[in-house]
Write a protein that binds this ligand. Sequence first.
Ligand SMILES: Cc1cc2nc3c(=O)[nH]c(=O)nc-3n(C[C@H](O)[C@H](O)[C@H](O)COP(=O)(O)OP(=O)(O)OC[C@H]3O[C@@H](n4cnc5c(N)ncnc54)[C@H](O)[C@@H]3O)c2cc1C
Length: 488
Amino acid sequence: MGIRTGAQVLEGLRDGRQLYMDGTLVKDVTKDPRLAGGARTMAQLFDMQNQPELRDEMTYESPKTGERVGMSFLQARTREDLARKRGMYRRWHDHTLGMFGRAPDFVNVMLSSFAAGADAFGPYAKNMTAYYEKARDEDRIATHSLTNPQVDRTHNVAAQAKDLAAKAVRETDAGIIIRGARMLATLGAYSDDLLVMPAPSYPLPNTEEAKAFAIGFTIPVATKGVKLVNRPASIAPGVASSHDFPLSARFDESDCMIVFDDVLVPWENVLMYRDIEIFNSIYRRVHAMGAMGHQFAVKDLCKAQFMMSLAFSLVRTTKVDEFLHIQGMLAELINSVQVLRSCILTGEQEAELSPVGVMAPAMGPIGAVRYLFPEMFRRSCEIIQIIGAGGLAMVPSFAEVNGPLAEDVKTYYQAAAADSTTRIRLFRLAVDASMSTFSGRQQLYERYFAGDPVRGAGNLYQGFDKEPYVARIKALLERFEREEAAGL
Ligand SMILES: Cc1cc2nc3c(=O)[nH]c(=O)nc-3n(C[C@H](O)[C@H](O)[C@H](O)COP(=O)(O)OP(=O)(O)OC[C@H]3O[C@@H](n4cnc5c(N)ncnc54)[C@H](O)[C@@H]3O)c2cc1C
C-alpha cells in the first residue's frame, strides 16, 4: 500500500469508533464541526507526502515492499539519514507552525526505535517488528498512551485504593482482556491505532500485584470495548468568523481518556505482558530517547520560529519595535531560535550508533531542548502579550469587517503600518497563539507531553557524570592554595 492520501486517511477514520465529546457520541470525526479542522490538517499532512516535488524529501522505499513509505519510519543508520529525517519533520511542523505536536511522525519515530531494538521485547519481539512494518507499510496513524489516570500519585498504580487503571484482568486462548482506563491519548480522534506502553517516569514495583499493569499492546481504535472521551474543543463551534481563532480551528489535535471495557487484545498484538523488568527498562534497552527527542526538537524549532515571526509582524503594525525594551524581547526570541537550532545540529553531529545499530542523536543537546523549550514557549506567549498589550483585548471578531459597523472598523482599527483588515487578522492570530484556550493547552503540552519534567530533571542530574567537574573545582582550589602559599 505505501503512503496514503489525505482522502484515504479521512476514510479510514470513519470506522465506527466510540469517541465521546461534550456528553455525546461523535458520529464522524471528519465531519463533526468540533473536530473537522484537525481532520483536515491531518489530511493535508498526508497529501504533502504525495506531492511529486516532496516525494524524495518525505518518503523512502520500504525495505519490505519497495513502495514509498513515510520518512519518519526510517531507522537512521547514518548522520545523513538524521538530516533527511529532520527535513521531513520540518515540512510537517512548518506547515502546522509546530502547533500540531502529535503529527504522526511523533509515534512513527517511537515505533521505529522500538522495532530497531525489538529483541528487548523478549517473547513479543516478533509482534513489535510486525506492528512497526504494518504501520510503516500501510501508513497508519497511532496515538499512544503511557500513563495511568491521576488518582493518588503517592502510591504506585498497583497500590491504589481506587483501582481504576487499565490492567489485564484475565487471559484466554485468543489474548488478554484489558479493563480500566488510561490517559492521555493526544490525537485519539484522528488515529487508526492505539499503542499502550509504559512511561519512563512511572516504574512499577516488582510485585505480583503490579504484573497485571505491566502491559504493552497495540489495537485499532475502533476495537470493541474501547471508548475514547475527548476533552471539549478549544473553540466552541459557532464563532462568528473562522478567522477569529485560526490556530484552534486548524490544529486542535484532541486529547482523550481511554476506557477499556473488557477489551480483547489478541496475542499477536501484545508487546509486553507481566514482565516488570522489561516494562521498567524498555526505553533504555531500545535507546529510543535520542531519536524521539530529535523529532520533537525540530517541532520546537518550527514553533519558536513561528512565534518569533509573529512577534516581528506585530511590532511593525504599531512601530513599537522602536522601543529598546521591545527590541530586547525580540532578541530573546531570536536567541531561543538559535539555541534550538544549535542543539539540533549538535545532536546530529555528535550522534553515534546505538547498541541496536541506530544512529542516535546525542542526548546532551537534544535532551536540553526538552527542558528549555517549555519556558521558551511560555515566554514567547508572554512577549506577544506584552507587545500586543490592549490591542489583543480590543481586537474584534473578524465578522465586524463586513458587519454594520464596517466603515468604522475600517477607519478605527487601522494601525500605522497596517490596514484594519490586516491588523484584525494578525491580532486574532496573536490572541490564539498567546492567550486563548488553545494557547493554554499548548503551554501545558510543552510542559508535560514528554513526561513529568520534574522527575526527568532529577533523572538527568542523577545520571550525569559530575565527577570530572567536581574534581576540577577541587583542583582549582588546590591551585589557588599553592599560588597563595607561593605568595603569587
Ligand atoms: C496536553 C498534553 C498531552 C499529552 N499527551 C499524551 C499522550 O499523547 N500520550 C501519553 O501517554 N501522555 C500524554 N500526556 C501525559 C503526560 O505523559 C503526563 O502529563 C506526564 O507524564 C505527567 O503525568 P501526569 O499528568 O499524570 O501528572 P502527575 O504525575 O499527576 O503529576 C502532577 C504533579 O505532581 C508532581 N508529582 C507527581 N508524582 C510525583 C512524584 N512521585 N515525585 C515528584 N513529583 C510528583 C509532578 O511533578 C506534577 O507537578 C500529555 C499531557 C498533556 C498535558
